[in-house]
Design a protein around this ligand. Structure first.
Ligand code: GAL
Length: 988
């Protein structure tokens, strides 16, 4: 039994396929065929099609929900999900796929209701099937289609019967279409979107396109109505605007003004309900009035330059995969709004159609991307890439047509994107030409058109900050990727955006604020889209039944790309990462500037004033609120600034005084309750007070044995108890569990090196140097009255490099115990260091784990190049919540600029060093070495100890997992550092 011919054809299918049209709400009858079907999986595509006949006995088949992915069923009964990034999981042999091609057969019966019209046509619509499928109705073949995330309708008028019907669908996991769907995500076969039977009246509205605009303060509509002459007269109504237009014939339909309409923008998502009434059908469309245009190198909506503070959004759900869950999707988009996200790139395919309704309603600029990626050809120098092969041209054109036609009515969509990482070639250029011809009102995006032959905007991914700046700078002659000087000059005449940047894998990304700073300064730059919104973890279980979020390799894949699919701003369980908080702070819509006795509040929105916001302030002394109030101010217009005097008179004589200001929602919205903070800033009002220097003890002599100094007890020079509680330390720690970025081998910060071979990752260097396995030699222990001093030489096995650590404990007059640690590396250590810190071990004392309270920055972790969301204050947290469960365990939990930490009976006060730098702290249940060894959170060993790290410094985060390394200013080089701490016990 040979495999069917269509599995070797580049065509997008055959049979009764009908052209794509808009998704609108209709009063024509529809019948959902979602539900439980019967299912059988065959390991190959060489299966007879006897199951298509009505007499076939499917009683031994399994129940299978539609929509779903068969590999996500329970117990792995029907195979497993598989993850690859760039590589095809089958031999590169286009257009052929292996015979080992999991093939799922679906059968169900359904009843066409009595009331189903006898006249007109009946269509069968599939919203998404991965990846190729053949359909039979009542034993007769309907057709074959492909394009996993693209809608397909078939005309089944001749085959459908009143009453009972049998539908059979055969789905092949692999097909020629798979070559065009090499996106970085799970391979998830099945009928994963809705299946619907549609009655199509002959005198209905087969398609409608409400092209709208908003110019010179007024809206317009230019409708395109696809209907037979029987459908006329056709009436369009917008009740809210008292608009009613009737056209007697197709020739009458044309553009008309809608004077009183308010504009639609992502900030002011004003929608109007429009009905289009024909003889046999009324359809309803939610529309908005807005005009997108490119003027010179500016991307404008309604005449104003917009900036994308965007996210790349995949369809992903830990249990459902790419099956759409409207509540989940709406919650995600609401969360985006709460975190100041204003744009979505639908990477890398059209989402479920409802997603765009939600985007219209909540307000996002959407870049709608076609289902196209051929990344796996890159390794072969793009040889045989379908993008430039005439045999694939029709498939490319078919894909973009189905993309544009379905979604063309959405005001949120401001750009069409041809696809992702498909190299370049004539077929992409043809797609672009077809979009331009069909929809001249929306620009065309495709990042792979590096030289700008056929696209309207200049787009790049993961360009470094200097390169982004050079792209945006007039007169810069810095070469652009793959461009001749002339091509570079052409690209610089266009608006620029980063369709991907700030790879959010694990702990990171760093440098978000650096990108924002250049975008803010250079108007050719229109922001970008973080890679990416959500981790794609799939909820699974260990053999022992422990649940966890799986990534590549957790499902027995032959080849896979590990945790590269866990690179979201939101964890698989829906929790926002510190990186998302950082993003929200960096792009916040209000910017505050303190100057002398005033604060200037700038409304960075393009369209909306601040009538929806309440501005308030508060003053804290050492983290405790002492005063606060609301600023009485008029709404600040879009782009405007209002300056207010600062409240004075609250500066404390002792300790620190901080002023905080914020802008919060004054009223509930569809995406957040009143009081939700959108923007904040702080200003240090602390009076400068020099610290008195203290005499240092002089008469040191060698010591040993037991020593007691205030609340500290020492044995052999080592701390063993603080306030009666067992403690060990301080012990030098230079290692951190590598972040995904520390493990990254990719690029460096200079654009000319972007194509160079991968470098050694930081993690590899750190392991090579032995930073994770330091050994210690106590050189001396000395005592003086009220003081204890140790000198330790720390070094890894086989290394000539070392670090000298001097620890001096001094009992102060007020009874507090001071520790000064001097860290002095030997010369010549290569590479950056992860951290310079000391570790204290705090074994459990049998009681329950204490809450941690600190005065410092928080509430979340922060690192040198990601600390805009960190504010100074007093915070409490459970120990567990101090670290983030990144999909792959890694460094987490560092909080910069500690002042005071209360942990159990002990209070620790951190002092700045001579240059005013304060240490950060981390408390975790695991050592960095343990964390580095675990591939998933559940692999971390049970722990009976808490580890407190006080770090004089930490290395930055960067986004080297896929992008630039840590910016030099935030890289930690081996250097001498001082840590000064004081301990006491408020309870004693
Ligand atoms: C890009 C690609 C994305 C994703 C990202 C890395 O090149 O477009 O789909 O793979 O890299 O996570």
């Amino acid at each position: 039994m040979p495999v069917p011919r269509y599995l070797s054809e580049t065509a997008s299918g055959h049979g009764a396929r009908v052209p794509a049209r808009s998704r609108v709400t209709t009063d024509a009858p529809e019948l959902s065929l979602n539900g439980i079907w019967r299912f059988r999986l065959s390991p190959t595509a060489n299966v007879t099609d006897d199951m298509a006949s009505p007499g076939f006995d499917d009683t031994s088949w399994a129940p299978m929900p539609v929509p779903s992915h068969w590999v996500l069923g329970k117990n792995g009964r029907f195979g497993s999900p598989a993850y690859t990034n760039i590589r095809y999981p089958f031999p590169v042999d286009p257009p052929h796929v292996p015979d080992e091609n999991p093939t799922g057969d679906y059968r169900r019966t359904f009843t066409v209701p009595e009331a189903w019209p006898r006249e007109g046509r009946t269509l069968l619509r599939f919203d998404g099937v991965e990846s190729m499928y053949r359909v039979w109705l009542n034993g007769d073949e309907v057709g074959v289609a492909t394009g996993s995330r693209l809608v397909q309708e078939f005309d089944v008028t001749a085959l459908v019967r009143p009453g009972g019907n049998l539908i059979v669908v055969r789905v092949h996991q692999w097909s020629p279409g798979s070559y065009l769907e090499d996106q970085d995500q799970w391979w998830l076969p099945g009928i994963f979107r809705d299946v619907t039977l549609l009655a199509r009246p002959d005198d209905g509205v087969d398609d409608v396109w409400l092209r709208t605009g908003w110019e010179n303060g007024a809206g317009w509509i230019d409708p395109e109505i696809t209907a037979s002459s029987d459908a006329y007269p056709v009436t369009l109504r917008i009740p809210e605007l008292n608009v009613e237009r009737t056209w007697r014939s197709p020739a009458d339909v044309g553009r008309f003004p809608v004077g009183d309409a308010e504009p639609w923008t992502a900030e002011t998502p004003r929608l109007y309900t429009v009905t289009v009434h024909a003889a046999g059908e009324t359809v309803t469309v939610r529309t908005g009035f807005r005009t997108v245009e490119i003027v010179g190198d500016r991307f404008l909506v309604n005449g104003r330059r917009i900036v994308f503070h965007g996210m790349n959004r995949h369809e992903t759900h830990p249990e459902r995969g790419r099956v759409f869950d409207e509540d989940h999707a709406r919650a995600d988009l609401a969360m985006m709004k709460r975190f100041n996200v204003n744009a979505i790139r639908t990477s890398h395919y059209p989402p479920h159609p409802r997603l765009l309704d939600i985007a219209d309603e909540l307000g996002f600029w959407v870049v709608l991307e076609c289902d196209l990626e051929t990344h796996g050809f890159e390794a072969g120098g793009w040889a045989r890439n379908p993008s430039d092969d005439p045999a694939w041209r029709d498939a490319y054109l078919d894909r973009i047509e189905r993309t544009v036609e379905r979604d063309k009515n959405h005001p949120s969509i401001v750009m069409w994107s041809l696809g992702n990482e498909a190299g370049t070639g004539a077929n992409l250029a043809a797609m672009s030409a077809s979009v331009h011809a069909r929809d001249p009102h929306r620009p065309v995006h495709y990042e792979g058109d590096h030289t700008g032959e056929y696209t309207d905007v200049y787009s790049r991914m993961y360009a470094s900050v200097p390169e982004t700046e050079a792209i945006g700078t007039d007169g810069s002659s810095a070469p652009l990727l793959e461009c001749t000087p002339a091509q570079g000059a052409r690209q610089r005449t266009k608006p620029f955006l980063l369709c991907e940047y700030a790879h959010a894998m694990g702990n990171g990304p760093g440098a978000l604020d650096q990108y924002e700073a250049v975008v803010d300064r250079l108007p050719r730059l229109h922001g970008g889209f973080v890679w990416e919104w959500r981790d794609h973890g799939i909820l699974t279980r260990t053999a022992e039944g422990v649940p966890f979020y799986g990534y590549g390799g957790d499902f027995g894949e032959v080849i896979h790309d590990g945790n590269f699919v866990m690179d979201g701003m939101v964890l698989s369980d829906g929790r926002p990462t510190p990186g998302l908080h950082e993003f929200a702070a960096v792009v916040q819509p209000i910017r505050f500037r303190f100057d002398g006795g005033t604060v200037a509040m700038e409304n960075r929105r393009r369209f909306a004033d601040t009538a929806d916001l309440e501005f308030s302030w508060q003053i804290e002394h050492d983290g405790t609120r002492v005063a606060g109030g609301v600023f009485a101010l008029d709404a600040i217009p879009a782009g405007g600034t209002t300056t207010m005097p600062l409240p004075g008179e609250h500066i404390a004589a002792e300790g620190e005084t901080w002023l905080s200001v914020q802008a919060a929602l004054a009223r509930d919205t569809a995406w957040a309750p009143a009081g939700h903070v959108l923007a904040r800033a702080q200003h240090d009002l602390t009076a400068a007070r020099p610290e008195a220097s203290r005499p240092r003890p002089a008469d040191w002599h060698d010591a040993g044995g037991t020593v007691a100094l205030g609340i500290g007890e020492f044995e052999g020079g080592r701390l063993v108890r603080l306030a009666g509680r067992a403690v060990a330390g301080p012990r030098l720690e230079l290692f951190r569990a590598p972040t995904d970025n520390d493990r990254g081998e990719s690029t460096v910060n200079e654009p000319e090196h972007q194509d160079s071979a991968p470098g050694l990752s930081n993690a590899a260097e750190w392991h090579g140097l032995g930073l994770d396995r330091l050994t210690h030699r106590l050189v001396s222990v000395q005592e003086a009255p009220g003081a204890l001093r140790t000198l330790t030489r720390v070094a890894p096995a086989a290394s000539l490099h070392s670090v000298l650590v001097e620890s001096v404990w001094t009992l102060l007059d007020d009874g507090r115990l001071e520790l000064r640690v001097e860290v002095e590396p030997s010369p010549g250590w290569p590479s950056v260091w992860p951290r310079i810190g000391v570790r204290f071990d705090l074994p459990d004392d049998g009681g329950s784990l204490p809450e941690v309270e600190w005065f410092g920055t928080g509430p979340l972790e922060s690192y040198p190049d990601s600390r805009r969301a960190a504010r100074v204050g007093r915070f409490t947290s459970s120990l567990e919540d101090l670290t983030v469960d990144y999909a792959r365990p890694q460094e987490s939990g560092h909080r910069s600029d500690l002042r005071e930490l209360l942990f159990g009976p002990v209070r620790l006060t951190a002092l700045p060093d001579l240059r005013g730098r304060r240490p950060g702290f981390t408390i975790t249940r695991h050592t960095p070495q343990q964390v580095a060894d675990a591939a998933h959170p559940h692999e971390l060993p049970a722990s009976r100890t808490s580890y407190l790290f006080i770090d004089a410094a930490q290395h930055g985060l960067g986004s080297r997992a896929c992008g630039p390394d840590v910016w030099p200013d935030f890289a930690l080089r081996p250097e001498a550092r001082t840590i000064r701490l004081r301990f006491d016990s408020p309870a004693h």
